[in-house]
Design a protein around this ligand. Structure first.
Ligand code: NAD
Length: 260
């Protein structure tokens, strides 16, 4: 379905980003991966997922908190792949502390990586999408783009901002074959959430399994984690022709979290 298209998934060396990259590769899209840590294993996995379609897989290690590195990455994609057709803004970090104790450098980093980076990739990718007459932007927000939790002010502010950016850009492109949407996952068991489970287990003297159950039962009525594969399937739908009139949406996949 996506043969001949090139997708950039930011923060795709692990977790949700890697899951979405694998799903897009299975649909035949060329993939550009990004993120920290080992890039070779994720790259090999994505190559294997798209082998039957003969996809091309690239990697760029841009730090998404640095606009100049984002510009270099987007220029490389234009040069090596002829542009970015599917942009998945997924890179994100978390830090938990109350507002009056929140480290200023963590606030700045969360806003830069979870929000401002999407502005930079979008401002650089949208002209090519318009010119080529096809494009999909999928911003990975969160239930925390729709509702708040204590201790997560920077993350909640960034994700609410990302939904605002999504809506504004969707209106700006509303008459074009370019759509801009957001996905709002609930709890997904990735390294980002495992850290919160481990912190909770240590702080409250729980086993990791007990901490996991507590985390789910507080917020996610299904009591099941959303999976990167399920999020990938939603991303594929948003890339389909059938989704052409889905614009500016914040699509929750959260086991009922925000229905409460
Ligand atoms: P993760 O920690 O598994 O992956 C984060 C990815 O971002 C990694 O590839 C990491 O290397 C990359 N990254 C971090 N800082 C970066 C930087 N400065 N530059 C480039 N890459 C960077 O986390 P995840 O849970 O897969 O989260 C992915 C996205 O999904 C985030 O935006 C997160 O807010 C969102 N999300 C996660 C959950 C969840 O429950 N896990 C729920 C809702 C939303």
């Amino acid at each position: 379905m996506l043969q001949g298209k090139t997708a950039l998934v930011t923060g795709s060396t692990s977790g949700i980003g890697l899951g979405i990259a694998l799903t897009l590769a299975r649909q035949g899209a060329n993939l550009v991966l990004n993120g920290f840590g080992d890039a070779e294993a994720p790259r090999a996995e994505v190559e294997a997922a798209g082998r039957e379609h003969g996809i091309r897989v690239g990697f760029h290690g841009a730090d998404m908190s640095k606009p100049a590195e984002i510009e270099a990455m987007m220029a490389t994609i234009n040069k090596d792949f002829g542009g970015c057709d599917i942009l998945v803004n997924n890179a994100g970090i978390q830090f938990v502390a109350n507002v009056d104790e929140f480290p200023v450098d963590r606030w700045d980093a969360i806003i830069a990586i979870n929000l401002t980076s999407a502005f930079h990739t979008m401002r650089l990718a949208l002209p090519g999408m318009k010119q080529r007459g096809w494009g999909r932007v999928i911003n990975i927000a969160s239930t925390h783009g729709l509702v708040a939790s204590p201790g997560k002010s920077a993350y909640v502010a960034a994700k609410h901002g990302l939904l605002g950016l999504t809506k504004a850009a969707a209106l700006e492109t509303a008459t074009l074959p370019v759509t801009v949407n957001a996905i709002c996952p609930g709890w997904v068991l990735t390294p980002l959430v495992q850290k919160q489970i481990d912190d909770r287990a240590a702080k409250e003297g729980l086993t990791v399994d007990e901490a996991k159950r507590q985390l789910l039962s507080e917020k996610q009525p299904s009591l099941q984690f959303t999976t990167p594969e399920e999020l990938g399937a939603l991303a594929v739908f948003l890339c389909s022709d059938a989704a052409i009139n889905v614009r500016g949406q914040a699509w929750a996949m959260d086991g009922g979290w925000v229905a409460q």
